[in-house]
Structure formats: C-alpha cells, structure tokens
Design a protein around this ligand. Structure first.
Ligand code: HEM
Length: 315
C-alpha cells in the first residue's frame, strides 16, 4: 500500500516535471496541430486559393509580410499588432519599412477567423502566417518546404527593431550581409531568399537609378506626385510566377532594386546567382531550405507568448 502511494506520488512528480519542461522548452514539430486542429491544412489551402484568385500579387505580399515578421523579434506575429493609443502601445505597422508598403494583414485576419471558427484558441497567428506563406509560394509555382509548427504569438512588438533590422532597398552588399548575418543567415541564404523578388511589385521610387530594371517605371526624373504611387514588377519577365527569372535578370544587370543588383558584385555570390539563373531546381531547393531556416528565427514556444484570438491585439 505504502509503496503504491509512493510510486503514484513519484509518477505525479515526474509527470509534472515533464509537463513543465515541455512547456518551458517546447519545440516546434511538423504535426503540432494534428490532434487539435486536423482541418487546418485544408482551411489554409482554401483561404489562400481564395485570396490569390482575387489577386495573384497577394502571394508576394504574404511572403514579404512573413519576412518582415521574422526579422523583427522572430516569427512571432508581432507585425500584426495594431497600435493602441490608449495604452501608448506602438506596433510595427507604422515602422518605415512597413507603412503603406506591407500588405496582406486582412488576408491573415480572414484566414485566422476561418481557423478560429473550426478550432478556437489553438492555432497561433505566427503559424497562420508561416503556413499561408508556404501555401502561396506553392500556388504560384514555387517549392514547398518542411514547416515545423507550434510558434506562439508575442505580446510585444518593436517599431524600433523594424526600423533598425529590416534591410532597405539602397543597402550595399556589406549592409545586406550584415542584416542577414544578424539573424543567423548566411550570404548564400541572402542570395537564395532574395529570389522572393521573382514575384510582386515595388514602388518606382525605390528603383535602382540608371539601371535597366527600372524599365517598367516612368523615365527619370519622376514628377514629385508620382513618387509614391507608381509601382512596377520586381521581375519584369514573369511577375506572377515563382520561378528563377529574377536571377536571369540579375545576370543582365536588370534587377529593380539596388539591393538586388549588388548581389552580383561579389564573385562568389555572382556564381551562385548565375547557377540559380540556369538551374531552376537548385534555386527551388536552396530557397526552400533557406525558408525553413527563416521560419525558425526567434520563435516563441512552450509556455512563452500566447495564442492570440484576434491577430491584431494581445488577448
Ligand atoms: C535582401 C534584402 C531585401 C530588401 C532590401 C528588400 C526590399 C524590398 C522593397 C523595397 C520592396 C518594395 C516595397 C514597396 O515598394 O513598398 C520589396 C518587395 C518585396 N519583397 Fe523584398 N527585400 C529584401 C528581401 C526580401 C526577402 C528575404 C523576401 C522574402 C523571403 C522578400 C520578399 C519580397 C516580396 C515578395 C516583395 C513584393 C511584395 C508585394 O508585391 O506586395 N524580400 N522588397
């Protein structure tokens, strides 16, 4: 009797210990929601299809939103938090790289609402962004990658870090390598991830002066009023297809942004650009591997953070 009480006691101590260790040091896993939200993959697929059939460019916008989330505090959906003037909370949406530029917040909100309707309080906004991004890339013809899940949502955001850590279109190569290095990404991964500019648009105001890549923009000098509104494709050849044409453009010095064109100025990176331009399969697998790494930056797991009900505000 005494020994059975003792062993029960030990069982509970061990179980409690294991639970708290898992909660504190939780890890991402591929089938994290298999038991708690089995319909998740289907919802993501349906909602992303709906968004892309309304506007193909939304795939590009989701991919960029994910990048801008992961580079600031990690992939924790901090980018989705609205400013709350009453509490003086300031989010990242008004940070200079994001304001009037990052799109897709409403699409993420719609997907999250559809997920909540099916399994409430279970799936994080951070995982919704990561899953929607992968689905969008696949639907535009790009590769898929292993996506580990179980990210949790931040209760904080950092406008200051969005302004300091996100690379700008006029960065030189040293600046780009530094910004990626700060997040644990290599120069080769910078080249692979820049391939995201095979889809989507940028404002002509950001185009590399004097380069042929700005062919889709009005001739210089731009009238002042056009500065903010004119946009052109980052990849003029196939703006809505996730392919390797971006690198073909770079080889011909036809990248749109200065930060695209500087990738060929280093001989090692230039040979990678050339390889990606001629071997689409290698680009696809390197991009996928780099996205896997991007999606693990600074994640909150276990007992950290929360599962927001509404992605725009903390619970
Ligand atoms: C290497 C440093 C990078 C710089 C300097 C940069 C800069 C920019 C700029 C300035 C724009 C246009 C914004 C506007 O006109 O409002 C843009 C668009 C875009 N960026 Fe980047 N970017 C970089 C890397 C990345 C990465 C790593 C990804 C994703 C993995 C990415 C995905 C995109 C996409 C898809 C668009 C088009 C978005 C849309 O059409 O809504 N970029 N980027």
């Amino acid at each position: 009797m005494a020994s059975s009480i003792m062993s029960n006691h030990c069982f509970f101590i061990v179980a409690f210990f294991l639970l708290s260790v898992t909660a504190a040091y939780g890890q991402l896993s591929e089938n994290f929601y298999a038991g708690t939200c089995p319909a998740l993959d289907g919802i993501i697929q349906r909602e992303v299809s709906r968004a892309l059939s309304a506007e193909k460019r939304m795939g590009a916008s989701l991919l960029r939103l994910f990048f801008h989330d992961c580079f600031v505090q990690g992939c924790d959906a901090s980018i989705l938090l609205d400013d709350v003037p009453e509490t003086l909370f300031i989010g990242e949406k008004t940070a200079s790289p994001n304001v009037n530029s990052v799109r897709g917040y409403d699409v993420i909100d719609n997907i999250k609402a559809a997920v909540e309707a099916n399994c409430s309080g279970v799936v994080s906004c951070a995982d919704v962004i990561a899953l929607a991004t992968r689905q969008a890339v696949v639907q535009l013809g790009g590769p898929t990658w292993t996506l580990l899940l179980g990210r949790r949502d931040s209760t904080t955001a950092s406008k200051a870090q969005a302004e300091s850590d996100l690379p700008g279109p006029r960065f030189n190569l040293t600046g780009l390598i530094g910004a990626f290095g700060k997040k644990g990404l290599t120069p080769n991964e910078l080249v692979a991830l820049s391939g995201a500019h095979t889809i989507g648009k940028a404002r002509c105001a950001f185009a590399d002066d004097g380069q042929e890549g700005r062919a889709g923009c009005p001739p210089l000098p731009l009238p002042l009023l056009q500065l903010s509104s004119d946009m052109t494709a980052l990849d003029l050849q196939t703006p809505e297809a996730f392919d390797n044409k971006y690198y073909e453009n770079l080889v011909k010095k036809k990248g749109l942004l200065h930060s695209d064109n500087v990738l060929v100025t280093d001989s090692t990176l230039n040979s990678l650009v050339k390889k990606y331009g001629t071997k689409p399969g290698i680009f696809a697998s390197d991009f996928a591997a780099a996205m896997e790494r991007l999606s693990k930056i600074g994640v909150l797991t276990g007992g950290n953070g929360q599962i927001r009900f509404d992605c725009k505000k903390v619970n």
